[in-house]
Design a protein around this ligand. Structure first.
Ligand SMILES: [Zn+2]
Length: 352
């Protein structure tokens, strides 16, 4: 926990500050940390005590009960988070821009979704990063736009970003990810149950025997190793989803240029600090450039797979994302051209 706090502090007040993104005061940071700690302690306490009770109550089939409990708990959290948890940290206000609201409603309706409310949130109190997302189970959505996004993007670009999010919804990316996570969780619980019963876990760290809690600790170490293997596959799938959502947004808005320029702005305003793993930098940089290429190609009515005139591209957009400038796989923080953290976040239930 101390490590997490130190890293968080360094990230907010050293790294973010250095590149001009931090707008947070010490007081707000401290209040966020205290609230965050209380909320996580409460949720984690509920989750852990529920799981332990199930392990004792059903020693032969706890993997199934714990899995069901975790699945229901996470669905419940997704449902209540926009109403109970997010307002603890952010202030939600009506958008107050009827014209933009109308355009957003129109684009959502074109895709078969209904808009219940459009909110803006005071993200600028914390940083200059921008984002947009929608929440809501079913076809009725509640849209949230960061005030930073409203400041940095034009109306066309905001509509394009939301169309991209609609793309994730329509292509069922959110649903597929939820199902995948639940299947992985089930697999992990079955494996945990089997490993604990077989008694092999203490031997892995040179012990002859270990308590239930010691074995759970060993399992958490194994889970981190498994995560290391799964994460590049997950990233590859995410990248594929991003392409699909972009294609969908181009078709829905018929305004590929707005999507391309929104992506460039988002990648500039939402830099990520990259730690070198599996050439992440290459993948993300390439993705932003390809999105713009795809958008531009569609705009010209060209075939997606056909060659793209990079000179024409760069003459209309900043050179920073020109394909070829970003082809190297490199790590580190570089203002000017930075990978996007995702063009917005779809929370419906919540996922990027
Ligand atoms: Zn996306």
């Amino acid at each position: 926990m101390l490590w997490h706090l130190t890293f968080n502090l360094y990230h907010q007040f050293v790294v973010e500050e250095r590149f001009g993104f931090n707008t947070m005061t010490w007081r707000l940071w401290l209040s966020d940390q205290i609230k965050g700690l209380l909320v996580s302690a409460l949720l984690f306490g509920l989750l852990l005590s529920g799981a332990l009770w199930l392990v004792q109550a059903a020693p032969h089939s706890w993997w199934l009960w714990v899995w069901g409990f975790f699945a229901l708990f996470s669905l419940f959290l997704m449902y209540i988070s926009p109403y109970l948890i997010e307002p603890l940290f952010f202030k939600f206000e009506p958008l107050g821009q009827p014209e933009l609201e109308e355009r957003i409603t129109r684009i959502m309706e074109k895709a078969g979704l209904k808009v219940s409310r459009v909110f803006q949130v005071d993200a600028s109190r914390r940083s200059r990063h921008s984002n947009a997302y929608f929440t809501g189970i079913g076809r009725v959505k509640r849209i949230v736009l960061f005030d930073t996004l409203l400041e940095q993007l034009t109306a066309d670009e905001i509509v394009a970003v939301l169309a991209h999010e609609v793309g994730h919804w329509k292509k069922r990316h959110v649903f597929k990810r939820l199902v995948t996570v639940q299947l992985l969780s089930l697999g992990f619980l079955v494996a945990s149950w089997w490993l604990i019963n077989s008694g092999v876990l203490p031997g892995l760290i040179g012990l002859e025997e270990g308590s239930f809690f010691a074995q759970v600790m060993i399992l958490s170490l194994l889970a981190s190793l498994a995560g290391f293997v799964v994460s590049p596959i997950w990233s590859a799938l995410s990248r594929r989803d991003e392409y699909q959502a972009d294609h969908f947004a181009c078709d829905l808005t018929a305004d590929a240029e707005a999507l391309a320029s929104a992506l460039v702005k988002l990648s500039r305003d939402n830099p990520a600090i990259l730690i070198m793993t599996f050439c992440t930098a290459y993948g993300v940089r390439r993705r932003v450039a390809d999105r713009a290429e795809c958008a531009w190609a569609r705009h010209r009515g060209a075939d997606d797979s056909g060659p793209v005139d990079h000179d024409q591209l760069s003459s209309r957009h900043p050179a920073s994302w020109r394909p070829g400038n970003n082809d190297r796989c490199s790590a580190g923080y570089r203002p000017g051209f930075q990978p996007a953290r995702g063009a917005g976040r779809t929370v419906a239930p919540s996922l990027e």
